[in-house]
Design a protein around this ligand. Structure first.
Ligand code: 4AD
Ligand code: MG
Length: 461
């Protein structure tokens, strides 16, 4: 008999057929005349109700089954009298595959997400984390589908790199040198020429620069992989290791980039709503009661567009007493972003044309020489979910920008080459994958939407 999953059985709901399932007991109720086991296997939120009659051989053993036990169950599917499910399984054979110790920490009661983070090896068995894992999977599929349908090529950008793609210096070093006594050169500095790659190497903060290489040969590409930031941000929206999706398009400007970001977010959210109705209903009921309404507004209405300068005027005129005061030239803080998207507009907002001094070296400089063709997409509850820009494709301006940022022309030599050999206007953006999952599920803390969070002071599991 082919092994079936609970999701399939409940969806098909075919009574009077024989089946065999494997899974874990979520709850067990034993009465004098019957035992009810709720069997879950990760394939969906709901469990399958398994009914065991005392006449079954070995019934005494079944009476001791409890939450967490791993089982093989076979029997006949019958229409369920309960209205919460289509079918239930009348057991003909129940085999205990893995028993559970008395101190199993996931008893049927609510645990805090903080506590569950200390149980990284077990927390996917809870309703919430299980739903997160399924929605994450669905989101990743939707992202690939979106780009594949539009002819973008998936480019596998490297994880180990020698370049700081954001020029912000927040990188983890990769080295096989002896940390206790590394080789040193004549000036006493660590001699990375003796390191594994013959030079200093780091974990990537973004695949953008490689995506630019891709776009300038292949037209439209995207990356989708892990990125790393050694910033000491202990917030509900920052991880030291997170996944980023970075499309890059040749012959494209910032307007085209913003259009793609809007289509992309709408399409991916629609797809998750269709693909995971049960999990999404759970998030709406248990995590965030405003969730569905917010997501509906995102997919049905156009995103608002504001320049940074307009955004600052709105914030200054808001009468709000922000913790970080606003004036032209400062970077927008989370409280400002959230005011704009949650209160001023009530929908996603694309903010464009930021001051040149607060943005990365690679962004296209506007004629005013004070701003760059950058954009951030801000969404309610999360703030910045996407950051992108049109890239500086003019050799002389890019040289000037590198100099201004104290970055060496030699190091960024190949990046400059791309501006000498058939340079074209191009643009792209980065979506923080966990911020998307946070937005779609309403989960308050980003540590609960990634299987194994890495944050300052913690890389367990
Ligand atoms: O705005 P960022 O830093 O932009 C870039 O890295 C560009 N190279 C992207 C591009 O144009 N190709 O990061 C992009 C997005 C942010 O908008 C945010 O959603 C997410 O990545 N992000 C983080 N997510 C979780 N933890 C962190 N520490 C993050 N830092 C950025
Ligand atoms: Mg950003």
């Amino acid at each position: 008999m082919r092994r079936q999953m609970v999701r399939e059985v409940l969806a098909q709901g075919r009574a009077d057929s024989e089946t065999e399932l494997f899974g874990w007991v979520r709850t067990a109720r034993h009465s004098k005349s019957l035992s009810f086991l709720e069997l879950v296997d990760g394939s969906c939120m709901a469990g399958l109700q398994v009914v065991v009659e005392p006449s079954l051989p070995g019934y005494e053993g079944i009476r001791s089954l409890r939450t967490g036990c791993a089982l093989r169950v076979s029997g006949r599917l019958v229409d369920s009298p309960g209205k919460s499910q289509s079918v239930e399984l009348h057991a003909k054979d129940v085999e205990l595959i893995g028993d559970v110790d008395d101190d199993y920490p996931l008893q049927k009661k609510r645990h805090s997400f903080e506590f569950l983070r200390t149980l990284g090896h077990l927390r996917f068995r809870t309703n919430t984390l299980g739903a997160v894992i399924r929605v994450r999977n669905s989101a990743a599929q939707a992202i690939h589908r979106f780009f594949q349908d539009r002819g973008f090529l998936w480019l596998h950008s490297p994880i180990i790199t020698a370049l700081d793609a954001e020029g912000a210096g927040e990188m983890f070093r990769v080295s096989t040198l002896d940390a206790g006594s590394p080789p040193r050169n004549d000036s006493g500095e660590v001699d990375f020429s003796q390191d594994f790659f013959g030079g200093e190497t780091l974990l990537t903060v973004s695949g953008q620069l490689e995506a630019e290489i891709g776009a300038l040969s292949m037209g439209n590409v995207y990356t989708f992989g892990p990125t790393f930031r050694a910033e000491n941000s202990n917030t509900s929206r920052h991880l030291a290791e997170f996944w980023m999706v970075e499309p890059e398009m040749a012959f494209c400007d910032l307007d085209g980039d913003a259009e793609l970001a809007e289509d992309f977010l709408k399409c991916v959210i629609r797809s998750i709503l269709e693909d995971c109705p049960e999990d999404m209903a759970f998030f709406q009921q248990r995590i965030d009661e405003g969730l569905m309404e917010r997501l509906d507004r995102v997919v049905s209405a156009p995103f608002e567009r504001l320049t940074y300068t307009e955004a600052v005027e709105i914030l200054e005129g808001s009468g709000r007493d922000f913790e970080f005061p606003v004036k032209w030239g400062v970077d927008l803080q989370s409280e400002h972003e959230r005011y704009l998207t949650e209160e001023h507009v009530g929908r996603p907002v694309v903010v464009t044309d930021y001051p040149i001094d607060i943005k990365a070296f690679y962004m296209f400089r506007n004629d005013d020489e004070r701003t760059v063709r950058a954009m951030d997409v801000l969404v309610p509850g999360v703030g910045e979910i996407v950051g992108g820009s049109q890239r500086e494709h003019r050799l002389e301006v890019l040289r000037e920008r590198l100099r201004h940022h104290g970055l060496s022309e030699e190091r960024y030599g190949w990046y400059l080459d791309l501006r000498r050999y058939g340079s074209v206007p191009h643009a792209g953006f980065g979506l923080g994958f966990e911020r998307l999952v946070q937005f779609v599920t309403g989960m308050a803390n980003i540590r609960d939407v990634i299987p194994f969070p890495r944050v300052p002071g913690n890389a367990e599991f």
